[in-house]
Design a protein around this ligand. Structure first.
Ligand SMILES: Cc1cc2nc3c(=O)[nH]c(=O)nc-3n(C[C@H](O)[C@H](O)[C@H](O)COP(=O)(O)OP(=O)(O)OC[C@H]3O[C@@H](n4cnc5c(N)ncnc54)[C@H](O)[C@@H]3O)c2cc1C
Length: 440
């Protein structure tokens, strides 16, 4: 049950299309690599991390080649919840305790810059990705309000941060037409958007810079040479001065034991039929994205054509669930019982990389000829684009922020290849239980 010979990216072969693929026109198809080539920089993985690194490096004049096992954006980047959130995955209380106030403040400003950086890219490259402002965190229990008020107070006092609004029980029930929530905070400078449109926007910017992109070209082996790296993709050899590996949850064993420091998790989303703008505003009054306060988070928002996109449940098995529609619908109906007869037009899953402390994992191997960035722990829409930029900065010689992240200590997920899924799954069951108890 826990093992498959399939590589993680192959889970997406022959699957039904996602809502994002349905809603997004991509006129560019990239050929498969069928010759051996030389390049300054080779990037493995055509998601937001890889595209962002490629864009920043090609802007500096490097010749860049991207090898993507599937299609550009076929990983998490083109199939996520679309919440472009500030901060890191964990809150400032946690970061201060774990890393000290000084570092926590830098992480906070990186998290803000990550979102601002995406806004700048959208403007500069005129990317139409249906971006809208506002992410609302809602409390599932009648105790969450204390945490929300503490957080607001802390951010105002210590981070001079005011772009946050509190909702009490009455106010939150007016915002979201559900009886599940007791309080909430709105992050006004977080956003939500169509992530595949964003991914293609960055891809097109890369192409204008002369970046070479190959699809259906999985990398099978990486070999260190004295001054360069040889990369094998099927029968072809890529001779590169530097290599960036940006495969995130789909990494498998391409970098050996590096995979043991995060858990690949599958998360699922459904898209309803279009519900109409008027009804959509009845369910979510201000058209913001919403995520809840449980360990196993529910998140939802409306698409540009008024479909409810609802995500949340996770599995840690190496195969996706067969009936994602049913799996996710159950949770959606608990939040919005009135939607029980609504047609679900699309259902899909994606794989993300979760680290124990929920911080991204950046690093170098092969005497700084190989760079990797992954492990955004479900908070990677802005941070993967930042991750790619920081990798590019590091290659160019600007080390500080990359090194700050690379020096974070990460625990190994115990159990090796055979036991880590069962071990992690037991901890998930424990937290699911806590989610359940907290509602009693
Ligand atoms: C269902 C879901 C919902 C999410 N919701 C949110 C959200 O709302 N907000 C948020 O901030 N984050 C969210 N995330 C996380 C976010 O999507 C990721 O952190 C981010 O997209 C990671 O980008 P990436 O480029 O590093 O990885 P990916 O986009 O996963 O790209 C990795 C690429 O590497 C390729 N690859 C793998 N192996 C090889 C190989 N051997 N050779 C060549 N290519 C290879 C894969 O095919 C894939 O295209 C979500 C993730 C999922 C799955």
């Amino acid at each position: 049950m826990f093992h498959t010979k399939k590589r993680t990216f192959e889970q997406h072969h022959n699957e039904n299309i996602t809502y994002y693929q349905f809603s997004t026109i991509n006129t560019v198809n990239h050929k498969q690599l069928n010759e051996s080539i030389d390049t300054d920089i080779c990037i493995v993985g055509g998601g937001l991390t890889g595209l962002s690194a490629a864009l920043h490096l090609s802007n500096k004049g490097y010749s860049v080649t991207i090898l993507e096992a599937n299609k550009i954006g076929s990983g998490a980047s083109g199939r996520n919840g679309g919440q472009l959130g500030i901060g890191m995955r964990k809150d400032q209380f946690y970061l201060e305790k774990k890393f000290g106030t000084e570092k926590a403040k830098i992480f906070w400003s990186v998290g803000l810059d990550a979102v601002r950086n995406v806004l700048k890219l959208i403007k500069k490259y005129e990317i139409d990705c249906a971006i809208k402002p506002g992410v609302l965190h809602v409390g599932n229990t009648n105790k969450d309000y204390k945490y929300f008020l503490d957080e607001i107070n802390h951010l105002q006092k210590n981070y001079n941060y005011e772009e946050i609004k509190y909702f009490d029980e009455k106010a939150i029930k007016d915002e979201i037409l559900s009886d599940r929530y007791y309080s909430g905070i709105l992050l006004k400078d977080s956003f939500h958007l169509n992530p595949l449109k964003l991914t293609y926007g960055l891809m097109n910017a890369c192409l204008k810079n002369g970046v070479k992109i190959y699809e259906n070209s999985p990398v099978n082996q990486i070999i260190e040479k004295s001054n360069n790296i040889e990369v094998k993709s099927n029968l072809n050899l890529i001779n590169t001065k530097k290599l960036v590996v940006s495969c995130n949850g789909y990494l498998d064993n391409l970098l050996g034991s590096v995979r043991n420091y995060f858990m690949p998790i599958n998360n699922y989303i459904i898209a309803t039929e279009p519900l109409g703008e008027k009804y959509a505003r009845k369910l979510i009054k201000r058209d913001v994205a919403v995520s809840d306060s449980r360990f196993m988070i529910d998140y939802f928002r409306f698409s540009e054509d008024s479909r409810l996109l609802f995500g949340g449940p996770e599995t840690i098995t190496s195969n996706f669930v067969k009936d994602a529609k049913k799996f996710v619908s159950k949770r959606m109906i608990k939040v919005f019982p009135d939607l029980k007869d609504v047609k679900i037009d699309f259902a899909w899953g994606g794989t993300l990389a979760i680290s124990v402390n929920r911080m991204p994992q950046f690093g170098t191997l092969m005497k700084e000829k190989l760079y990797y960035a992954h492990g955004y722990s479900g908070h990677g829409l802005a941070m993967s684009i930042m991750g790619g930029k920081l990798v590019a900065d590091k290659i160019i010689g600007k080390n500080d922020l990359f090194d700050l992240f690379a020096n974070i200590f990460h625990l190994k997920i115990p159990g090796g290849d055979i036991l880590r899924r069962p071990i992690y799954s037991s901890s998930i069951i424990y937290y699911r239980l806590l989610d359940y108890i907290s509602r009693l």
